[in-house]
Design a protein. Structure first.
Length: 181
């Protein structure tokens, strides 16, 4: 069940004492999500934002403090709409209706491609200046992969105390390739 996977992801971040856990904004009802996007959203999107409506910001907070996965922070519904509006809708992979869930300060994001499946749509990764690719068959698959990345050391805390990733392993696993070595 998606909600249990989301809870496990946040527990994985908590186990590494990530500041984002204490900053998690409470979730919002599906009606609020649909009001912001102006239409019905898939159940996976409602569940995601029902658990967390982004991160509460505090003075002195840096991007790493808000990262749920390395470099990516969970968005609030309004931030998701702003990312979507800023990126536009001319990306053929994303189609006309997509909902960003996680984003970097540089503009990259993970988004649910809502038109591809009514209840459990796939997740695309958008890299500004790069290609957009479908990287997970559902939000649940993305969350489970991120939990696995925490367990397997793909996501880790560096000696400097920041949340980092073994980028080669992360990309290889998202693209379906096997890392060498």
């Amino acid at each position: 069940m998606l909600i249990q996977s989301i809870e496990a992801l946040w527990r994985a971040a908590e186990a590494l004492q990530r500041p984002v856990v204490a900053s998690r904004a409470p979730g919002v009802p599906v009606e609020e999500v649909e009001a912001v996007f102006g239409r019905a959203v898939p159940g996976d999107v409602a569940t995601w934002f029902g658990w967390s409506n982004g991160v509460a910001y505090a003075p002195g907070q840096v991007q790493d403090d808000a990262a749920l996965v390395p470099g990516y922070e969970p968005l609030s519904v309004r931030e998701a709409a702003a990312v979507r509006d800023g990126y536009g809708s001319d990306d053929p992979v994303l189609g006309d209706f997509y909902v960003p869930l996680l984003a970097t300060g540089g503009g990259d994001f993970y988004a649910v491609v809502c038109e591809r499946a009514p209840e459990h749509p796939p997740v695309a990764h958008v890299m500004i200046g790069g290609e957009t690719d479908i990287v997970y068959p559902s939000v649940g698959a993305m969350v489970e992969a991120f939990c696995r990345f925490y367990r397997n050391g793909v996501f880790f805390v560096s000696d400097e105390g920041t949340l980092e990733a073994d980028d080669l392993r992360w990309v290889a696993q998202e693209s379906g390739a096997r890392p060498s070595g």
